[in-house]
Design a protein around this ligand. Sequence first.
Ligand SMILES: C[S@@+](CC[C@H](N)C(=O)[O-])C[C@H]1O[C@@H](n2cnc3c(N)ncnc32)[C@H](O)[C@@H]1O
Length: 339
Amino acid sequence: MEINKIYNEDCLLTMNKMDNDFIDLTVTSPPYDDLRTYNGYSFNFEKIAKELYRVTKPGGMVVWVVGDSIKDGSESLTSFKQAIYFKEQCGFNIHDTMIYQKAGPRFPEKIRYAQIFEYMFVLSKGKPSTTNIIMDRPNKWAGWTNWGNNAHRVKTGEMKAVKDAKRYKKFGSRFNSWPPLEVMDEEDILYYISTGMKYEARLNVSVYANGFGFGTKDKSAYKHAAIFPEQLVEDHIITWSNRKNLVYDPFMGSGTTAKLAILLDRNYIGSEISTEYASGAIGRIQDVEHSRGILMDEFEIASKKRLDEENNFQSEVSEKVNDITRKDKWQPDAPNKSM
Ligand SMILES: C[S@@+](CC[C@H](N)C(=O)[O-])C[C@H]1O[C@@H](n2cnc3c(N)ncnc32)[C@H](O)[C@@H]1O
């Protein structure tokens, strides 16, 4: 079957052409809960879920981004029903239940906290074969030992400094709730202006951005009502796949997964049932076809920079420990309270 192509058809037809154990990673967001009609197309969740399992390689992953709507005053729980189906009826492992925090709520809420996130279920077919965990979270306790200065109780009961105590590194791995950008989007600002309120009810997680101009710089992509932020797709592709792997999106929409697969030097396949969206996606990715590998190069440079910083930091710490700890104890300055 031809790869690096977006198929304008029902994803069940595309998967029907695939051999068993064909795809390394799927990153996708299905249409859900009639929140949007997407030109009137619907989908057969159970069949698609089983097909996804069949076409995923052993050790391969599926990232399924989904939220819930409120029906008759109560959450639909479609997200969890689907996750349970993936596990109990298809055979996937639920490797991680991650949170994608958005910039702002779509609708004001009066009787519950404003809905601000979607789930990102990370499914694996057996033990994951690729887990490139991104280490870019600055560790505010960098250089400190986990129990402070004097962590060793001697026979007299007195606490003394531990020799060769393990110190926190400069960078830690991320947590599993991912905010893409720390700014409000246009929609969010309009929401606050329209309510005329200085203070609003708290959100049910915290504030980050996705909307117009932030999720992608490609203006044409916004013809689609529900595009992924590019950063979200980039982070998942980097984490769960390697260069030249095959990445699939059964609900390709505006083409975000294909675009990021190209920029991260992966191959891709997409399905999009709407002719209007499929041709928009094809147009969008034509512009990036010649840029294969560019983002990956940038990512590798950034990772190398962090590694150098980490190594410099570690040698600085060891020098200080050698000079000062011998006389007893040393800790770096405590982190700023506002961090
Ligand atoms: C949530 S949107 C995906 C948006 C996409 N993640 C992006 O960044 O643009 C879901 C898409 O699935 C498409 N769709 C719905 N049913 C489908 C099916 N059975 N097969 C393929 N695509 C389908 C809709 O037309 C819609 O564009």
